[in-house]
Design a binder for this molecule. Structure first.
Ligand SMILES: O=C[C@H](O)[C@H](O)[C@H](O)COP(=O)(O)O
Length: 281
């Protein structure tokens, strides 16, 4: 953990005089410098928390009896796949394990780590599905899809005996919206984005916006060729998430929601102090 920090700092230290010579005064330069340090320190702390949660979950839930593992998407799952690969390639374990991906990213992670790639045609029964989440509330309702993957995730998760969530401490909340402020992702048929947006807003308030790509003109296109709406619900309104999920899913043009209700059995949170806390359904 110290090495990357020193590397970052080694990289940044020579920048300080340059910032000053670019007309920024020394107070501004040192604020900028500290802000960069903090961001990087945060990233290192968050990655350590993600890694601790992933390792604990993999070690507890993937045993020699586990034949098929569903692999989620996002930044946290990377640490779980690394741990699976370590078990296979360094510890000589889990020789029969097959991994079923939930996205293009997950498929590539499985292949890059030389794990056995499966699919739902051949492996429709999954022993355990492991995935990250954008937020987990006190009833284990999840928001997912912040990285654009949710439909395949929900399909693969629905085929699993047990769904395990791994996350860092910033994802834990009492009620949805406390931590995650980007809204609930909803995958939709491209032609329906305006009517679906209007229907969600009329039914439940708030605002649903088409997710726009950063490095492409126009909207984000999912792994399934669809668009995404991010619905910013009303923070002060009490929602019954099961009912909301069912009602939104019934709107023609909605393909899947990023609300995962009653799916996860257990969540592992990597904490800032290096410990791992668990939450059960
Ligand atoms: O679309 C992305 C997936 O639903 C992720 O599992 C979710 O966004 C959590 O991602 P991360 O592990 O990067 O926080």
């Amino acid at each position: 953990m110290l090495k990357p920090l020193l590397l970052y700092r080694g990289f940044l230290t020579p920048q300080l005089p340059h910032l000053i010579s670019f007309g920024i005064n020394s107070a501004q330069a040192s604020t900028l410098f500290r802000r960069n340090y903090c961001k990087m320190d945060d990233k290192i702390a968050l990655d350590a928390a993600k890694s601790a949660a992933a390792q604990a979950a993999v070690d507890q839930w993937v045993t020699e009896d586990t034949k098929v593992v569903g692999v989620g998407s996002g930044s946290t799952i990377v640490f779980a796949v690394e741990r699976l690969a370590e078990r296979v390639w360094k510890e000589g374990a889990l020789a029969d394990m097959i991994c079923v991906p939930s996205s293009y990213q997950a498929r590539k992670l499985i292949l890059d780590h030389n794990l056995t790639l499966g699919d739902l045609d051949r492996n429709p029964k999954i022993d355990v599905y492991i995935d990250g989440a954008d937020e987990v509330d006190s009833h284990m309702v999840l928001i997912k899809g912040g990285g654009g993957c949710l439909m395949q995730e929900k399909i693969v998760a629905s085929c699993a005996k047990t769904v395990i969530i791994i996350a860092d401490y910033t994802k834990k909340s009492l009620r949805l919206g406390e931590q995650w402020c980007k809204g609930i992702p909803i995958e939709i048929a491209p032609m329906a984005h305006v009517p679906v947006k209007l229907k969600i807003e009329a039914l439940f308030g708030g605002e649903a916006s088409l997710r726009i790509a950063l490095k492409k003109a126009g909207p984000i296109v999912t792994d399934n060729g669809n668009f995404l709406l991010d619905w910013k619900f009303l923070a002060k309104r009490e929602y019954n998430w099961d009912e909301v999920n069912r009602a939104i899913s019934m709107i023609p043009g909605v393909l899947e929601t990023g609300l995962f209700v009653d799916m996860a059995s257990k969540c592992y949170f990597g904490m800032a102090d290096g410990s791992v806390k668990t939450q059960n359904k």
